[in-house]
Ligand binder design. Structure first.
Ligand code: ATP
Ligand code: MG
Length: 218
């Protein structure tokens, strides 16, 4: 409902969704690069609830993923973390997240940020019309995945201008899966995730096979 004052552009809000189990430097670089490229005023990180995409494995408790995301983003004045998806009872669709954030930030222009691997699963089958009314979408490059090479590519030319932009970012071959594997095998995750997240994983003993001895220094 709020119309920005004459001559002032609407506030630009980036939205970075993820399981963040754990959050790593690939996520942070993606958010930072898109913030710079699109002159975003803020990027809000949105940890998922128990995600339906990952029912094949046990996802760490929402509260741990939320706190790691807070720890990782705390030092950046333009980064924040939202609980909108955490407390939702039903599975979350991107459109739910965007609707809630739009209501919480009236007048803001939303930019949904996603990696090359997640792009088609997020906007490939949901109602495009509705998604594109709520936000612009930014797909970022990710090592091992070709940006725009999937079935979306054939539609790209036909999409209205500006609804989806593909952006090349510095390549960081980091995944949460690999971080979990490393932690489980007592190998280092230093420099793949922020220091505070290394310490949080250790403190809460995340990703260790049940019943295993706790080691100091991950
Ligand atoms: P997992 O291995 O558990 O799937 P992940 O590393 O893929 O974890 P997610 O929480 O699934 O992390 O990803 C959240 C978002 O961040 C997705 O849009 C994903 O494509 C993007 N992303 C994750 N890692 C990178 C990376 N290294 N470079 C660019 N984008 C990334
Ligand atoms: Mg993933």
């Amino acid at each position: 409902p709020t119309t920005p004052p004459e001559g002032r552009r609407p506030r630009r809000l980036g939205v970075m969704g993820g399981t963040f189990d754990p959050i790593h430097h690939g996520h942070l670089v993606a958010a930072s690069e898109v913030a710079d490229r699109f002159q975003l005023d803020e990027v809000v990180f949105v940890p998922t609830g128990q995600p339906w995409q990952k029912q094949d494995r046990t996802v760490s408790p929402a509260e741990d993923r939320y706190l790691m995301t807070v720890v990782a983003t705390a030092s950046n004045p333009r980064f924040s973390v939202s609980r909108v998806d955490l407390d939702r009872a039903k599975p979350t669709y991107t459109v739910d997240t965007l609707r809630d954030l739009a209501n919480q930030h009236p007048g803001d222009q939303l930019f949904f940020i996603t990696g090359a691997d997640a792009l088609s699963s997020i906007i490939g089958w949901q109602n495009w019309q509705e998604l594109f009314e709520l936000a612009r979408f930014v797909g970022v490059s990710r090592p091992g995945y070709e940006l725009g090479a999937d079935h979306l590519a054939e539609y790209l030319d036909r999409l209205p201008k500006d609804v989806l932009t593909l952006v090349k970012i510095p390549a960081l071959a980091i995944s949460s899966t690999e971080c979990r594997r490393r932690a489980a095998e007592n190998r280092p995750v230093w420099y793949l995730v922020p220091d505070g997240v290394v310490q949080y994983i250790s403190k809460r003993d995340l990703y260790r096979p049940a019943g295993e001895e706790r080691h100091d220094g991950i």
